[in-house]
Ligand binder design. Structure first.
Ligand SMILES: Nc1ncnc2c1ncn2[C@@H]1O[C@H](COP(=O)(O)OP(=O)(O)OP(=O)(O)O)[C@@H](O)[C@H]1O
Ligand SMILES: [Mg+2]
Length: 172
């Protein structure tokens, strides 16, 4: 008999809950921690689970793009700009659940990656460039150059206690 790993079981429960329009019980041990334009993010133990906003629309592609990009850049080492370390999450899983929806060739899916403790990197580079928006900042431009990611906004970078900036949204 095929056994599912723990993360896949949680991912499936979250998608099932979403398909039930959140009226059933929220999967035990999961907690909403954030959202963006494409995905809602839940935490369970040491991982986050990214659920597409809609199970029948464009947002289904975000998880596929993130998975693809992670594999493209995962072999790159951390890099240092002006003494600050930049990093990406070191593991990722994608679980597809076509039975819960598809759109334009993409299936309903869940991304699982390690939870990154940290603050939104708002103003993380204020001293260097004097602007608030991350993508206007030189350092973020350089992160783009190293990792080839274009959506490096304040919401997509978490600043850790030791000053490391972790790119937690790799979808474009
Ligand atoms: N690995 C992680 N660790 C901790 N928090 C995370 C992690 N991944 C995502 N989050 C939280 O969830 C929020 C939304 O996640 P994410 O940016 O991946 O979604 P999105 O819909 O792709 O966003 P966007 O609007 O930038 O496209 C983040 O801003 C962050 O607060
Ligand atoms: Mg984001």
């Amino acid at each position: 008999m095929l056994t599912l790993c723990k993360e896949q079981v949680i991912a499936r429960k979250l998608i099932q809950w979403q398909a039930d329009e959140f009226v059933s019980r929220q999967p035990k041990g999961t907690k909403f921690i954030g959202e963006g334009a494409y995905r809602m993010v839940y935490r369970s133990e040491g991982n986050v689970y990214k659920i597409p906003y809609y199970l029948d629309g464009e947002s289904l592609s975000a998880n596929e793009y993130e998975y693809e990009n992670w594999h493209r850049i995962s072999k790159l080492e951390d890099f240092i700009i002006n003494g600050a370390r930049w990093s990406i999450p070191r593991s990722i899983q994608l679980f597809r659940f076509p039975e819960f929806g598809d759109f334009d060739g993409y299936h309903a899916s869940v991304i699982v990656m390690p939870f990154v403790p940290g603050q939104k990197a708002i103003g993380a580079c204020m001293d260097d460039c004097g602007v608030l928006e991350a993508w206007d900042c030189l350092e973020y431009d350089q992160a783009n150059t190293y990792y080839g990611l274009v959506d490096i906004s304040n919401d997509n970078v978490l600043l850790q206690e030791d000053g490391t900036r972790v790119l937690i949204d790799l979808q474009c």
